[in-house]
Design a protein around this ligand. Sequence first.
Ligand SMILES: NC(=O)c1ccc[n+]([C@@H]2O[C@H](COP(=O)([O-])OP(=O)(O)OC[C@H]3O[C@@H](n4cnc5c(N)ncnc54)[C@H](OP(=O)(O)O)[C@@H]3O)[C@@H](O)[C@H]2O)c1
Length: 323
Amino acid sequence: MKTMRAVWREEYCAPEKAGCKNVDIPLPGPGEVLVRVMATTVNRTDCAILTGKPFIMRFFTGFGRPKSPIPGTDFAGIVESVGEGVTAFKAGDRVWGFDDQGLATQAEYAVIPVKKAILPLPGKISFTDAAASAEGAHYAYNFLNKVKLRAGQKALVLGATGAIGSALLQFCKYHGLHVTATGPTPELKRVKALGADGVIDYLAEDFTATGETYDYVFDAVGKSTFGICKRLLVPRGIYISSEPGPGGQNIFLALWGLFRLGRRVIFPVPSNIRRSLGFVAELTAQGKFKPLIDKHYAIEKAGEAYAYAASGKKIGNIILDLE
Ligand SMILES: NC(=O)c1ccc[n+]([C@@H]2O[C@H](COP(=O)([O-])OP(=O)(O)OC[C@H]3O[C@@H](n4cnc5c(N)ncnc54)[C@H](OP(=O)(O)O)[C@@H]3O)[C@@H](O)[C@H]2O)c1
């Protein structure tokens, strides 16, 4: 039996404990394809799956111990072989995909059920760019599909250097919004290059004290609250955050908001990954989206990659190279 390198852990563990092991290459069953993974990311969803925190994650990934010892949620690669009954893909096809409950993609090979979000990858998009266009972009898309955007509206994007924020900023610009974005001091040029009309250095300035108001405040790093941001919103302005907020308040505020017309919170429950990835591929083809990529790691350095992702300091996406 041929073997492959894979990120490996048998129990939920701290980020730096993610190891690398030689294991058997899996075989695709009926309705599955075997993908030679060329690139994958280590993202915040992976961190939750690796550590089993927040606990709610374990409803999907296993309570006592992880169902899959190999983590990984996104992938870009080449179909190696297909299982019985698969007609949509064949060996040699370039593909990419994502699943927020895990796909065991942090390995040289991964078995992907075709009922999951696996899509053809256009030849012009590199494996690295594709992997970095999945997790954050999917969540960003699921902020914006909850509201009726109109060109010319104003948005404040908090945390435009994250995986979600950097995608969100570009999607807002695609929809013709005027965007002010926050980021750390050394990265403001990069935020501007992503298309921001105005930037705020979150380390040096108070984003609530500029006197500006917005149709939307999109908190892509989940560090603010509706209470803090409410006064930045126009009378029917909308606040969306990547986190449930203290005590899960954004969920309750979103429910309360269903019955009111004023400034309100929407909680962006993500769904339909295939649709998000299709949107990203379309924007990429039009030259209107480019994922923000930070460091690359070899699979043997998975522990370091996870520790960096979990630090909350990464700039956009970090890549595990498998080519
Ligand atoms: N639980 C899950 O499954 C899950 C999955 C995905 C995302 N999320 C949540 O979504 C959020 C975003 O994740 P992500 O991967 O897109 O980004 P990320 O890795 O959390 O974002 C890191 C970037 O955000 C910047 N940043 C940190 N605090 C900031 C602030 N107060 N204002 C502006 N920028 C700030 C950091 O700058 P510095 O270098 O200055 O720190 C760094 O550039 C996180 O809160 C994460 O927990 C959760």
